[in-house]
Design a protein around this ligand. Structure first.
Ligand SMILES: Cc1ncc(COP(=O)(O)O)c(C=O)c1O
Length: 370
């Protein structure tokens, strides 16, 4: 965040900053979604919706699980939320008892620990390693689980690494957690943004798993603040009561806009953009390797490359700060994502054009040559 603020200051002073620290797509919201929003706003009927979301949107999301994954999910299990953030808050508000421990990954999405702490839970971070694709294994889970552990929250593809959880590993962890009487939450916010193979949804591993999703990333709707949570049927009523109390309802205009998110013409736009993200990844990874960064686990999704910079710098934070000041290239140091060897890692976001990525690579090359 400090780096982002500094990048903005430099930009305001007239410097040309290449933003590779930004965790949101650079593409605007697709036209059909904007048109649906405008049409709804023209009716003036911007009233509260039910707390769980517009019934037709919940139905559309259920339909999307069937067309995209072949998975049958009842609309009664779908809760429309204020982004994945709202979904994570609701899930933890429902499941997290004071003093209970929650297994997370390190590196991982930094807000997760704070969500757990918000409900007086204790975040326990599993240091995940490159040889395991920066994802937890069943052995990691067993090692970190104890009588105070209430559940685990993992993401696939993950931020900051862009790596996927192996389906068999996730299935074995789901089974193990089930046997222990714990709860599994899987954050699938980067689904749709995978390059090569499609991710499978954890919903196929059992109807007792909470799944978090969002319109932010694949659907290019970050600022609309809309996402969803799929809950086991037996929690639906508790989640509804929490949603009524905490949020009243998700944003009405955003929900009407999102009704157009699953239309074929919108999906065609999104698939073109997914292909472009794939081309950017395929450009950036080898270029960073040529510069001397080590990419120890191939990023298969999201729009991040988590690079080991230990051959080039001793402290990634100092490196990122100096790189920004000297070259105008903004990247995120590992310390934003945890305390497991953060000094050796940097996150590069390819949320800018290949031309700009090429310019960034050239600037970093000159910087390293000095
Ligand atoms: C892994 C992960 N989960 C959740 C979020 C929250 O996203 P939003 O609330 O915009 O849907 C983010 C945002 O970057 C993320 O990277």
């Amino acid at each position: 965040m400090e780096l982002l603020a500094r990048a903005k200051v430099l930009e305001a002073e007239g410097r040309d900053i290449i933003h590779m620290e930004v965790g949101e797509p650079d593409f605007p919201t697709p036209g059909p979604i904007l048109a649906a929003a405008r049409a709804h706003l023209d009716t003036g009927k911007v009233f509260y919706t039910p707390a769980l979301g517009l019934p037709e949107l919940r139905q559309a999301i259920a339909g999307f699980y069937f067309t995209r994954y072949g998975s049958r999910v009842s609309a009664s299990r779908i809760v429309v939320t204020a982004g994945a953030s709202g979904a994570l808050l609701l899930a933890l508000a429902c499941l997290c008892e004071p003093g209970s421990e929650w297994l997370l990954t390190d590196p991982g999405y930094p807000c997760n620990s704070n969500f757990v702490r918000s409900f007086e839970g204790v975040p326990v971070c599993i240091p995940v390693r490159a040889e395991n694709n920066f994802q937890p294994t069943l052995a990691d889970l067993e090692e970190h689980w104890n009588e105070r552990t209430a559940g685990a929250l993992f993401a696939s593809p993950a931020n900051p690494t862009g790596t996927l959880l192996d389906e068999d590993v996730l299935a074995s962890m789901a089974e193990s957690i089930r046997k222990k009487g714990g709860q599994l939450i899987v954050d699938e916010i980067y689904h749709g943004l995978t390059y090569g193979r499609d991710a499978t949804t954890a919903l196929d591993l059992g109807d007792d798993i909470f799944v978090v999703q969002s319109f932010s990333k694949y659907f290019n709707m970050t600022g609309w603040r809309l996402g969803w949570l799929v809950v086991p049927e037996r929690f639906a009523r508790d989640i509804e009561k929490l949603a009524q109390n905490l949020f009243i309802a998700p944003s009405t205009p955003a929900q009407y806009a999102a009704l157009a998110a699953f239309h074929p013409d919108t999906l065609a736009i999104l698939e073109d953009r997914r292909a472009e993200f794939g081309r950017r990844r395929d450009f950036l990874v080898p270029e960073l390797e040529k510069l001397g960064f080590r990419i120890n686990a191939k990023p298969e999704g999201a729009f991040y490359v988590y690079a080991d910079c230990s051959a080039l710098a001793t402290d990634s934070n100092a490196f990122a700060c100096d790189l920004l000041e000297t070259t105008g290239v903004a990247i995120t140091p590992g310390l934003d994502f945890g305390s497991h060897s953060p000094k050796h890692h940097l996150r590069f976001a390819y949320t800018t054009s290949i031309e700009r990525l090429g310019e960034a690579v050239a600037r970093i090359g000159c910087y390293l040559a000095k």
